[in-house]
Design a protein around this ligand. Structure first.
Ligand SMILES: Cc1cc2nc3c(=O)[nH]c(=O)nc-3n(C[C@H](O)[C@H](O)[C@H](O)COP(=O)(O)O)c2cc1C
Length: 198
């Protein structure tokens, strides 16, 4: 049976998106006979932040341990995937709020993480969590960069074994050959996909 890669696509500028170009390069090198790719386009998802009735419904379902409820479908899918690839641009020092809303909706006690007397442990089956991003300015290694650093923390929280980052930055900076920087990042993305999924 083919292994499953969940592709969480938060590239919100459609065909203009450089991050999507990075993702396309990555997936061009995934062996499609060995891996089934589930492409989740967040813009098309019916997802909401946890407020009001939507929050309280979740609390009740969790209290009654109703983890098979349809609103946890994505969380179960996230937990079951052999790998998860997230593509999102760098926005406001991290990533778009839509991705945070998705994360909020898949972070479910008993599905993607669990609690015991020893503390919190990840329940995700996946070995690899890949994050693909592009940034307008230069933030690699800076503490102000809160996107990749947060996803890195999530890979531990959810129980993935490895975290991988591919980025292109300086996309909106003056005097930068953005095409060439993006092209180099695309090659890195292709090489990573070949190493992990071919
Ligand atoms: C709403 C918004 C917020 C952004 N915030 C930042 C930021 O905090 N720092 C930065 O360097 N670039 C920022 N950018 C620029 C993007 O990171 C950059 O243009 C990136 O390449 C966009 O990716 P995309 O082409 O996939 O949409 C922002 C862009 C937008 C639209």
């Amino acid at each position: 049976m083919a292994k499953k890669i969940l592709f969480v696509d938060c590239c919100l500028r459609g065909n203009e998106s450089r991050t999507k170009q990075l993702a396309d390069a990555f997936f061009s090198k995934v062996d499609k006979t060995a891996y089934e790719i589930k492409h989740v386009i967040l813009e098309k998802e019916d997802i909401k932040p946890l407020v009001g009735d939507f929050f309280w419904e979740r609390q009740k379902l969790l209290e009654h341990n109703e983890l098979s409820h349809p609103r946890f479908d994505r969380a179960r899918e996230f937990a079951a995937a052999d790998a998860v690839v997230i593509a999102a641009p760098f926005w406001d020092l991290s990533f778009p709020a839509l991705l945070k809303i998705f994360i909020e909706n898949v972070t479910i006690d008993g599905i993607t993480f669990g609690c015991s007397e020893k503390g919190i442990c990840g329940l995700c089956n996946g070995t690899d969590l890949v994050f693909l991003t592009t940034r307008g300015g230069f933030y690699a290694g800076s503490e102000d960069e809160q996107g990749s650093r947060y996803i890195d923390a999530l890979h531990r929280f959810f129980g993935f074994d490895h975290y991988h980052l591919v980025f292109a930055e300086g996309m909106d900076a003056d005097g930068i050959d953005t095409d060439s920087v993006l092209q180099k990042a695309c090659v890195q993305a292709e090489e990573l996909a070949e190493k992990l999924f071919s």
